[in-house]
Design a protein around this ligand. Structure first.
Ligand SMILES: [Ca+2]
Ligand SMILES: [Ca+2]
Ligand SMILES: [Ca+2]
Ligand SMILES: [Ca+2]
Length: 325
């Protein structure tokens, strides 16, 4: 049984008795994101070998599991990873939940496109993201880590997943048809046997790099396997902007929106956790694509008034959403 505990900021945690427990065989993915934009964090719970839960935050310390009501509960039977990101660039944060394709009830990775009223449409198959390419080495694959980011900085979000069963990580790039697997990326590795992935700009050059956690050799004995860092060496003429949200404890679930001189706007939700046992930094990175400049940045942190920065001149901006700002 899972537990939800409130942190009072002084090192004391109090259980929300009976709330957000989502009983299942094994919970491997927990994602906190404000899906209905009402100023509180909702919770997606991904279970292995059992149905998933989606808890709407009622704002009073209680949660309501709406997964069965809206049909997201049975879309992923072998969930290891869940990620939040705006897949279709309409300003509403969508969900990616990994799954296997190994012949049980599993139907492949789910992509829940947010309609804005806490209902979703699973477009995983339509977008080409539901199944892995069996030519990559196995038909039995499970993604333990996932990320929705604009890895090539061309102005649209791409998708990365890391899998096990000694298969490499998989990278989808957005095309006019949907998403297609890209195999020639410079940071592609073999025999990853990944059990988690985190996403951030490790070398501080303005693009998203990846850290992959790996299982040790042997089925039951955890021989050490070092982390792998996948440095992103994207060569692009597109401009970019990196936005750090501080203080870090107010960043989880914050919506960061940039408006550009052309091509409209882009929105990201800062994730608390990423896939299985991984955490991302409180940083948003946007590629501007065909746009030439950012006209404004808007950061909406949970429980804080929006902070708007007009006409930023730097490629790296730190936005303070705290009371002392
Ligand atoms: Ca909410
Ligand atoms: Ca969306
Ligand atoms: Ca892209
Ligand atoms: Ca980088």
């Amino acid at each position: 049984m899972n537990r939800a505990e409130l942190n009072d900021g002084a090192g004391v945690f109090t259980e929300l008795a009976g709330q957000a427990q989502c009983y299942g065989w094994a919970t491997l993915a927990t994602l906190l994101v404000d899906l209905d934009r009402d100023g509180d964090l909702d919770i997606y719970v991904g279970n292995d070998l059992f149905y998933d839960c989606l808890y709407r935050n009622n704002g009073d310390g209680t949660f309501t599991d709406i997964a069965a009501e809206i049909g997201t509960d049975k879309s992923s039977i072998s969930a290891m990873a869940a990620s939040a990101g705006d897949i279709d660039n309409d300003g509403l944060i969508d969900l990616l939940v990994s799954d296997s394709t190994n012949g049980d009830e599993s139907i492949g990775n789910a992509v829940f496109i947010n309609r804005g009223d806490l209902t979703f449409e699973n477009k995983g198959r339509k977008l080409g993201l539901s199944v892995f390419d069996s030519s990559l080495g196995s038909e039995t694959m499970f993604a333990w880590g996932s990320g929705i980011f604009d890895f090539d900085l061309d102005g649209d979000n791409d998708v990365h997943m890391v899998t096990h069963v000694t298969v490499e990580e998989v990278f989808w790039q957005r095309t006019f048809k949907g998403f297609e697997i890209v195999n020639e990326l410079t940071f592609r590795l073999l025999d990853v046997d990944g059990r988690g992935s985190a996403y951030g700009d490790i070398d501080n050059d303005g693009d998203i790099d990846i850290v992959v956690a790996r299982r040790g050799d042997g089925a039951f004995i955890a021989d050490p396997a070092p982390l792998q860092i996948l440095r992103n060496d994207t060569d692009t003429p597109c401009k970019r902007i990196k936005i750090d949200v501080v203080p870090p404890h107010l960043a989880p679930g914050a919506h960061v929106t940039i408006t550009m001189d052309t091509c409209g706007s882009q929105t990201q939700s800062l994730e608390v956790g990423s896939g299985y046992s991984s955490v991302n930094p409180s940083t948003a990175i946007f590629g501007l694509g065909a746009a030439s400049r950012v006209e404004s940045i808007k950061v909406e942190a949970i429980g804080r008034p929006p902070v708007i920065i007009e006409a930023p001149t730097e490629e790296h901006v730190v936005v303070n959403v705290g009371p002392e700002a």
